[in-house]
Design a protein around this ligand. Sequence first.
Ligand code: NAD
Length: 430
Amino acid sequence: MSVEVQKSKKEDNTLTATLNMIKQSIELSELSNDVYEHLKTPMRFVEVAVPVEMDDGSTKVFTGYRSQHNNVFGPYKGGIRYHPAVTTDSIKALSMWMTLKCSLVGVPFGGGKGAIVCDPLTMSMKEKERMTRSYVRVLGSILGPETDIPAPDVATDGQVMAWIADEYSNIMRVPSFGVVTGKPLAVGGCVGRTEATGKGVFFVTREAAAATGMDLEKARVAVQGFGNVGSNAAILFAEAGSPVVAVSDVSGGVYNPKGLDILALVNHVERTGFVKGFPGGDEITNADLLTIDCDVLIPAALENQLKGDNADQVKAKIIIEGANGPTTPEADHILKDNNILLVPDILANSGGVTVSYFEWVQNNYGFRWDLGTVNRRLEEKMTEAFKLVYSFYCEKCIGSDMRTGAYRYSIQRLAEAMQFRGWIRNGTHS
Ligand code: NAD
C-alpha cells in the first residue's frame, strides 16, 4: 500500500496528522488500502452562508460548515462549534475523530462535525439564537434524527441545541427533538448528558490509574479548560479526593499545590465568567499549567496544546485527552519516549457521545431513564472500552502508544462493517 497523504494547500497539521495516523494504523493492522480510501475524506462536506440580523439592524453573513465523514455504523453524529479560528480542515479532522470514537466505544453512529466561524463572546443571546436558527435553515434536510444528529461542542450548549430542535421541528412541521442531543431536559434531553464527557474522563482516568498502579486518591490533577468537560471532570476528581492542583481557561490559570477548592472556583467562574482572579491559588499561565508538577494532566480546551516545544517538560505520568486533538504527533513521540501514558481523545472523551446515544435511544422510544441508569450504563461502557483498548494496546502494539492502539482497534471494527455492507471486497488484506 503506497498512498501518499498530501497536505492540503491551506496547511492544517491536524488533518494531515489524522490522515497519517489512519493510514499508519491500517498498514499496521494489515487492512486493505480500500479502508483508507473510504476514510480519507468526508462522504459529504458542506460550506454554507449563514445570514444573521445583528442587534443593531445590520446583516452579517457568517460561514458555516457541516462535515459528514462516514456513516457505516449509522447516522452521522458530532458537535457544533462556534469559534473564530475554525477551518475546513479542522472540521474534517474533528468529524473523522467522531467516526473513530463511535466505532471504538461501540455506539451505532457515524462521524460528523459542524461549526460556524464566529466569535460567540462578542455576540448577544438573541444574535446567537438567530445565527443558530439560520444555520439550521440553510443546512436544511441534511440534518435529521436518522441522518445527522448534532450535539454541543466548544461554545455551544443545551440552549443552542434546543433552538436547533425547535427550528428543525418548524421546518419539518412535526416535533422532532431527536435531531440533536445534549438538549435541556424540558425538551427531550437526557439526565446526566451535560456532565457525561467529564464523567467519562474521570472513569477512564480511574482505569488508567489502576492499570499503572497509581493511587487515584493521592493523584494531583491539572486541568486545562474549565468549560463543560474540564469543570465537570474537575468536580468529580475533587469529590473522589484527588487534589486538583491547577486549572486554567482562556483567561489564564490558578495553582495551589494543596488542591484548589473546586466548588468555590465553579462559583467564581459563574460570577465572573473566567478562572482568572480566583483568590484560592497563585496565578499561572496556560503554558505553565501544561508543565506543572502533577500526576494526571487533562487537556480539556482545544487542539494542539501539547507540542514539540513543551511536551518534554510535561511532569504528569498520565495524560487524559478530554479535548479533541490536544496533542501533536511530535509531542506524542516525546511523551511515549518519556514513558508517559497518554489516553487518546477518541477513547477519553467518548462519554459525551455515549450519553448522546442514550438520549437518542430514549427520544426514539419515548421513555426516560433515571440518572442512576444513565450513569451506570456510562460507567460500564467507558470501563469496558478502556479495558478493551488498553489490553489490545499492551498485547498488539508493543513499542507503540495507546493512540495507535485505539486507532487500530477502531479501524478494524470499521473495516469489518464496511466489508459486511459491501463497501469493500476484502478489508483484511492489504
Ligand atoms: P467549552 O466551550 O464548554 O469550554 C472550553 C474551555 O476551554 C473554556 O473554559 C475556555 O475558556 C477554555 N479555553 C479556550 N481556549 C483556551 C486556551 N487557549 N487555553 C486554555 N483554555 C482555553 O467546551 P467543551 O465542550 O468543554 O469542549 C472542550 C473540548 O472537549 C473540545 O476539544 C471539545 O471538542 C471536546 N469535547 C467536548 C465534548 C462535550 O460533550 N462538550 C465531548 C467530547 C469532546
